[in-house]
Design a protein around this ligand. Structure first.
Ligand code: 13P
Length: 252
């Protein structure tokens, strides 16, 4: 049985007090949703310590949205994996399309970040996904395969056991356009097959999340698919009711 995960990527939203309130509300409503669903929130770095305090007795887990390529030192503005781990983060989102697109993150960068995450006991949520041009040209399988081969294939078997993948088609992020449940299943199954080429049976245990305009009205249909193990949620993670309702989307 793979983990069922609903992770909120708050991106660059909320002020610290708003983030704490959001976390409090999620915690307060969490018991309306099956215990079998693992909720994760990923606030901006600046709120992690306060949100960690809010969630200290909660089953809602904490993640960061990124970490540095280096362990420590003269890297102005960067935040090390050890720092977020020390605040209580268990997860770190790596390779989000916004980081690849706006901050030039390459597989080379991401290999270093993955190494830092594992060195500090964090579970990476590694994002892959094609843009609209690539989807229209029928290249979405090849794009996801390359993003996996160049980074995930460098992991050891032990590291791979502590990995979450998020498939996020760039054309569906923040656009209101969602991949259909069948489109999601098709590529999730493909990703799992690529993972199995390298990691064999362990690929069956790797949670693969869908991300991109996931909301209460479409989550249940998408999560019902065999190879979809939950969602990485942007906009809808900023509204307690929507975030919890997405968690209620699990029927399997
Ligand atoms: P939206 O849910 O706002 O489309 O964002 C998805 C996403 O990028 C989560 O990481």
């Amino acid at each position: 049985m793979r983990k069922k995960i609903v992770a909120g990527n708050w991106k660059m939203n909320t002020l610290p007090a708003e983030g704490v309130e959001l976390a409090q509300n999620i915690e307060a409503g969490r018991n309306e949703v099956c215990e079998c669903v693992n909720f994760i929130v990923c606030p901006p770095f600046t709120h992690i310590a306060m949100v960690a305090q809010t969630l200290k007795d909660s089953t809602v887990e904490l993640g960061a949205q990124d970490c540095a390529t280096e362990a420590k030192g003269a890297y102005t503005g960067e935040v090390a994996a050890s720092m977020i781990a020390a605040l209580g983060c268990k997860y770190v989102i790596l390779g989000h399309s916004e980081r690849r697109q706006y901050y030039g993150e390459t597989s080379e960068t991401l290999n270093k970040k993955m190494a830092q995450a594992y060195a500090n006991g964090l579970t990476p949520i590694y994002c892959v996904g094609e843009n609209l041009e690539e989807r229209d040209a029928g290249n979405h399988f090849a794009v996801c395969k390359q993003q996996i081969e160049e980074v995930v294939f460098n992991l050891t078997e032990e590291q791979f056991k502590n990995l979450v993948i998020a498939y996020e088609p760039v054309w569906a992020i923040g656009t209101g356009k969602t991949a259909t449940a069948d489109q999601a299943q098709e590529i999730h199954a493909y990703i799992r097959q690529v993972l199995a080429e390298k990691f064999g049976a362990a690929a069956a245990e790797c949670p693969i999340l869908y991300g991109g305009s996931c909301k209460p009205s479409n989550a249940a249909e998408i999560f019902a698919k065999e190879d979809v193990d939950g969602g990485l949620i942007g906009g809808a993670a900023l509204k307690t009711e929507d975030f919890l309702a997405i968690g209620k989307g699990f029927s399997k």
